[in-house]
Design a protein. Structure first.
Ligand code: FRU
Length: 510
């Protein structure tokens, strides 16, 4: 047994050491595993100065398989240290998504050292039950770490929430401490709705309520819920946000994340919107299964998503790893003419990755093309401001290109008033006929005279935040050479550029 453990540890160390994070398409400012398959972020908890990131991981292949929890930690949210696998499958099943909390009051009684215990809650998925056609093959379990997340022991009386009702989809626990009722609350995804359970000790759980049947986007399976409170900016009001990932069901196909804004009294969540309202967290195609960090410092609500889409995640042309996470984003709530909306900005730690300035341009009229700048590497942080009231162009935007004639466009279509990304000419796309689809339906419902965009490029992705956080979209692409030339374009008339600033960015792995 000890011999096997040594071999396992050496294999892990070796694979970490072998990866230089310099392969083609390898993300330089986003977390990705050293090798093999990754999907959802899991167990995100801030504790003792460290942000923990666990993730759905299959250490033996670059496609989905028996799920483990991979593990990395960061002190600054952007530079990551890879650690050994935290949880591996056992006779109860694969380790599906879930989260982790700090059990400050030792409510579960797991404390056995000076350290505060971390308790992870996750779904067991029993592949044999699935194959045998049963529907009770997913149930919830817990594990504890008394050494700041370095090693984990599963609870010997798992599962803590069995699947007596034989619910086919019954997964992705996200636990938090509800101070007012002095109880742990867990949200669980159950096919077409969310259930909330409560507990005093993380072991004994009682059903509190359910939410969502017939509400919001319903064309796919609900997954990875996350319920958290946020102050509505500029008021004393607190609202609760419920994130729910759905697959399929995205407006452009495959995976996407919707959210609800409402109230939660410790038992029941009620949305403030009419049932048919659908709000998307991100209008791009590659931001799924994202949730927020537990215990983030200074009352921050920090989100991280999986930067892929089940439509093609297992076919993307990367090796020896697949998938990356989004950049961390701080969430807030604001009143808008379209009701209370979730806003997101890149977490301020991302700014520390800026290196040399690439361009700074002000007050220009763009007609046709306007070169901005070049870099050696594809990572770039770009701020753009356009005056729509002085633009008659039918569409304009930013283009990132390479010498091989490939380009990625992020633009504004003035005729239909949508922001879009266009990856149809951005490189390899033949690995899946679902990869390139039309433009994003991210309409700017409220017409503002200014259009502000922040775009962050990496080797194979762009994340866009528009209108100071009101709209976000995230997309991956796979060019044959890095896209390192940046410029503006305007078609069908001039566009008025107020300012454009760009910075090169440093790799987090060097
Ligand atoms: C979401 C998801 C979760 C599940 C996990 C399995 O992408 O399907 O519902 O727990 O992935 O890897």
């Amino acid at each position: 047994m000890r011999f096997l453990l040594v071999i396992a540890a050496l294999t892990m160390l070796f694979s970490v050491a072998l990866s230089q994070y310099d392969e083609k398409h390898r993300q330089q400012i986003h977390f990705s595993p050293p090798s093999m398959w990754m999907n959802d972020p899991n167990g995100m908890v801030y504790h003792n100065g460290e942000y923990h990131l666990f993730y759905q991981y299959y250490p033996k292949d670059t496609v989905w398989g028996p799920m483990h929890w991979g593990h990395a930690v960061s002190r600054d949210l952007v530079r990551w240290e890879n650690l050994p696998v935290a949880l591996a499958p056992d006779k109860l099943g694969y380790i599906f998504s879930g989260n982790a909390v700090v059990d400050v009051n030792n409510s579960a009684g797991f404390k056995n050292s000076q350290n505060l215990p971390l308790v992870a809650m996750f779904t067991y998925h029993d592949p044999d039950g699935d194959k045998a056609g049963r529907t009770d093959y997913q149930y919830q379990a817990i594990a504890v770490s008394n050494d700041n997340g370095r090693t984990w022991s599963k609870y010997d009386k798992n599962p803590v929430i069995p699947n007596r009702e034989k619910l086919r989809d019954f997964r992705d626990p996200k636990v938090f401490w509800h101070e007012e009722t002095k109880r742990w609350i867990v949200s669980l995804a159950v096919g077409d709705h969310i259930r909330f359970y409560s507990s005093e000790n993380l072991k004994d759980w009682a059903l509190a309520s359910s939410f969502g049947k017939g509400i919001g986007a319903q064309t796919g399976v609900w997954e990875c819920p996350d319920l958290f409170p946020l102050k509505v900016e500029g008021t004393n009001e607190t609202k609760w946000v419920l994130l729910v990932s759905i697959n399929p069901g995205s407006p452009l196909g495959g995976s996407a994340t919707q959210y609800f804004v409402g109230d939660f009294d410790g038992k029941t969540f009620r949305s403030s919107d009419p049932p048919q309202t659908i709000r998307w967290l991100d209008y791009g195609r590659d931001n799924y299964a994202g949730v927020t960090w537990t215990n983030a410092p200074k009352g921050r609500t920090i989100f991280l998503g999986w930067m892929s889409n089940w439509d093609y995640a297992q076919q993307v042309p990367t090796s020896p790893w697949r998938s990356a996470m989004t950049l961390p984003r701080d969430l807030s709530l604001k009143k808008t003419p379209n009701g209370i909306q979730l806003f997101q900005t890149f977490s301020k730690e991302v700014d520390s990755l800026r290196s040399s300035p690439m361009f700074r341009v002000g007050g220009k009229t763009v007609e046709g093309k306007l070169a901005l700048g070049r870099s050696q590497q594809p990572m770039a942080d770009i701020l753009l401001e356009f005056d729509l009231s002085k633009s008659t162009s039918s569409e304009f935007g930013l283009e990132a290109s390479n010498g091989a004639g490939e380009s990625m466009r992020i633009g504004y279509d003035a005729r239909s008033k949508i922001l879009y990304t266009d990856r149809s000419k951005a490189g390899k796309a033949d690995f899946s006929d679902k990869f390139v689809k039309g433009r994003h339906p991210s309409s700017r419902k409220e017409q503002k005279p200014l259009l502000k965009l922040r775009l962050i490029f990496d080797a194979s992705s762009v994340e866009v935040i528009a209108d100071d956080g009101e709209t976000a979209f995230t997309d991956t692409f796979f060019p044959s050479e890095p896209l390192t030339t940046f410029g503006l374009y305007s078609e069908g008339g001039p566009a008025r550029l107020l300012s454009a600033r760009g910075w090169r960015m440093k790799s987090i792995w060097r």
